[in-house]
Ligand binder design. Structure first.
Ligand code: NAD
Length: 357
């Protein structure tokens, strides 16, 4: 066995159908008396529902979370937290809302109680991102890791079908890259495989019936596991590509992950055999890991081609240039021709070829 370092993340997880009922107990355990509730404008109703549950422990609602945490929004939220004398941030929503809570915590060390409603996984990572002058800077800081996470699958019943599949594929991407990470470890490999298995098992049931309780529970459980992997080990080529495409070409986060993942996996397939075996086992697929991921996305109606997200073919050369500049560590050495070919496949939405073909 390879030597390894494992660093457990200290957050408290409360999981289950109806787990939101424990909000009062969890806020009390955090010692909070004035919680600021954060949401996007679209989820204002959810924020109000949380505020009502908190009663006089709610200091107010800030409902202006948006994608990629613009510094201006972070400043407004920090000012609101300080004006209202908040001693805790309660986030209800996806990665954008959790990210705003992290931006507050980064400066103030305010504890976060996160209530995720997508599968992005940010709630179990110490990773933050803030966008300033069009540039998203990311970093790791223990202060931004939510102290408590309440996972209630009931809150995901209304996640639209298109977001359900792309958010689930976004989660799986964390697990796939975690399996071949330079600093991977046996605990995270188990967690990653189980995360993939749970999502691959939940997704078809949720696709057939959006409010399937067991299916929703499996997907959210899988999202927690996959997010934990992201929080624990480093990411590689796939995340670098998605960062490039999202940051430079403004492509949407979860959809971009969904489309790129099978192709980044195909690129790494021969260099990361043991990891790919775990991906295949998790997916329960007969073909290659890359094909299994492509088929999972396709079967559940996900977008498959970058051109359908509005990327132009003439942008592919620039995307390849950026992706090979300061690359993340990757199991297969990065070469520009290989990356350009990968992007071409993702642009057109081709099913990855059989390994060795
Ligand atoms: N720091 C990290 O570890 C980390 C990890 C993953 C993602 N992220 C970041 O998170 C962002 C993406 O997060 P996301 O994919 O969760 O999307 P999101 O948070 O941007 O949400 C997208 C939209 O869906 C809505 N929504 C969320 N849950 C819903 C539900 N259950 N029903 C109906 N609508 C719902 C939101 O209000 C929003 O309007 C990106 O900026 C990404 O970089 C960060």
């Amino acid at each position: 066995m390879q030597p390894f370092v494992y660093n457990g993340q200290p957050g408290r997880i409360v999981f289950g159908l109806g787990a939101l009922e424990h909000l009062g107990r969890e806020i009390e355990l955090l010692g909070s008396r004035r919680a600021l509730v954060l949401s996007t404008p679209e989820q204002r109703d959810s924020a109000e529902m949380i505020a009502a549950r908190l009663g006089d422990r709610c200091a107010g609602i800030f409902d202006r979370a948006v994608m990629h945490v613009p510094i201006e929004t972070a400043r407004e939220a920090r000012a609101a937290a300080s004006r209202l004398g908040a001693d805790c941030a309660v986030t209800i929503g996806g990665g954008s809302t959790t990210g705003l809570g992290k931006a507050i915590a980064l400066e103030s060390s305010l504890p976060i109680l996160a209530i995720p409603t997508t599968y992005a996984g940010s709630e179990v990572t110490p990773i933050y991102g803030i966008t300033e002058a069009g540039l998203k800077k990311t970093g790791r800081d223990a202060r931004v890791l939510p102290r408590t996470v309440i996972y209630d699958p009931l809150l995901t019943l209304g996640l639209p079908p298109a977001m359900t599949v792309t958010s689930a594929m976004n989660a799986i991407a964390h697990a796939v890259e975690g399996l071949y990470a330079q600093d991977t470890n046996p605990i995270m490999s188990m967690v990653a495989e189980e995360g993939i298995r749970a999502i691959a098992s939940g997704l078809p049931r949720v696709h057939a019936q959006a409010d399937h309780l067991d299916g929703r529970s499996d997907c959210l459980y899988g999202a927690w596991l996959c997010g934990s992997v992201l929080g624990n080990v480093g990411m590689a080529l796939h995340h670098k590509l998605c960062h490039t495409l999202g940051g430079t070409f403004n492509l949407p986060h979860a959809e971009t992950h969904t489309i790129v993942l099978p192709h980044a996996t195909a690129f790494n397939e021969v260099a990361a055999g043991a990891a790919m075996e775990r991906v295949r086992r998790g997916l329960g697929c007969a073909g290659s890991a890359a094909q299994g991921l492509y088929d999972l996305a396709a079967m559940h109606g996900a977008p498959l081609a970058l051109r359908d997200l509005g990327l132009r073919e003439i942008d592919l050369d620039r995307a390849a240039d950026i992706a090979v500049t300061a690359p993340y560590w990757n199991p297969r050495p990065i070469d520009r021709a290989g990356i350009r070919a990968l992007l071409d496949d993702a642009f057109h939405g081709r099913r990855p070829a059989t390994v060795g073909a």
